[in-house]
Design a protein around this ligand. Structure first.
Ligand SMILES: Nc1nc2c(ncn2[C@@H]2O[C@H](COP(=O)(O)OP(=O)(O)OP(=O)(O)O)[C@@H](O)[C@H]2O)c(=O)[nH]1
Ligand SMILES: [Mg+2]
Length: 321
């Protein structure tokens, strides 16, 4: 077994474990819906629709999935309920593959696009969704891949925020640029990018304070952070990563909608998929948004961040175990 096989097996196991609750919840409901039935009929499809919608897949995406399965039932005439989980997996995978965009590079690994360095990622999102934790996990992965990483503690709002990022920095062996609490976040961001250039870093990741898209002053603060970064690197930030808490289900969906309207977001990370039955939200978000889901969080530990692979995800979520 090669090294790659080893990692992909580990990744799969951790994904399966992370999605356990959503998976079990889905199959226990499905079990009830198809009890005593051998054939996929209208009634089974109606039940399936309700179950998908209640697994936080979202109404619009659920309808698309049901339409596809209906077509398939019409085509194949007789589908047994024992085939339903396989068909569901195939149809959801096919639906998500329809708008696959690989232009951002291979999505299966922690990857920084080619180009001048440092590559700058600005991390945004509402309070407590997992921004700082995701940054720590990302730093660890990129460092492991031999990249020189620098973090910027531009969440100067909350007392413990700077320390929390510094702790991650120490834990994964990555330097953190910080000015302390209540300092100007834009000035921290400026310094982080500047030091990234001076130290020839490959990657600079900047943490920000949690904010709602409706808080005008905080949204203006984000614009200011961007502007000062651009004084050092005109193209920065190269990525704006919006972090969403998957355990909030449809609320995460709404946040994605509102945040992407309020600011330029280039990628999504969906966290806390472990311990929730709402993992279906990732399917809805990948179907409904043009912005790619790049990372998923399946636990609190440093290795519990994965690059998002649609096929693997659908397979793990709807595979009968
Ligand atoms: N179970 C689980 N917990 C997570 C995951 N990601 C983050 N968390 C936890 O969520 C909590 C909040 O994470 P933070 O990284 O502090 O969130 P934040 O967005 O930086 O929060 P603010 O800075 O207050 O806006 C912490 O207890 C994390 O350990 C995940 O994928 N799974
Ligand atoms: Mg934070």
């Amino acid at each position: 077994m090669g090294l790659f096989d080893f990692f992909s097996k580990e990744k799969k196991e951790s994904l399966d474990k992370g999605l356990e609750k959503t998976n079990q919840n889905f199959f226990s409901k499905m079990g009830k819906a198809i009890a005593g039935k051998s054939k996929v009929d209208e009634e089974v499809l109606d039940e399936l629709e309700v179950i998908l919608a209640s697994s936080d897949v979202g109404v619009d995406t659920t309808i698309k999935i049901i339409d596809r399965i209906e077509e398939r039932v019409a085509r194949d005439k007789y589908l047994t309920t024992s085939e339903l989980d396989r068909i569901l997996r195939e149809e959801i995978a096919a639906l998500l593959a329809e708008h696959d965009d690989l232009s951002a590079g291979p999505r299966d690994e922690f990857y920084i696009p080619e180009g001048p360095t440092p590559h700058v990622i600005l991390v945004v999102g509402v309070n407590g969704v997992g921004k700082t934790t995701t940054i720590g996990k990302l730093a660890a992965q990129f460092k492991r891949n031999g990249k020189k990483v620098l973090l910027g503690a531009a969440d100067t709002f909350r007392a413990a925020a700077v320390d929390q990022l510094k702790l991650w920095g120490e834990r994964v062996g990555v330097p953190v640029v910080a000015h302390g609490m209540n300092t100007d976040p834009a000035s921290v961001a400026f310094d982080a990018v500047k030091q990234g250039v001076e130290q020839k870093a490959d990657l600079v990741i900047v943490d920000t304070a949690g904010r709602l898209h409706t808080k005008v002053n905080l949204m203006n603060e984000l614009s200011k952070i961007r502007r000062v970064m651009q004084k050092v690197i005109p193209e920065a930030p190269h990525e704006v990563l919006l972090v969403l808490d998957g355990s909030t289900g449809q609320n995460a969906f709404l946040q994605a909608k509102e945040f992407t309207r309020a600011t330029d977001v280039t990628a999504l990370a969906i966290t806390k998929l472990d311990g929730t039955a709402k993992g279906g939200v990732v399917i809805g978000i990948s179907d409904q948004f043009k912005i790619p889901v790049k990372y998923i969080g399946v636990g609190e530990k440093v290795d519990d961040l994965q690059t998002f692979n649609k096929m693997e995800f659908v397979d793990s979520l709807f595979k009968k175990k």
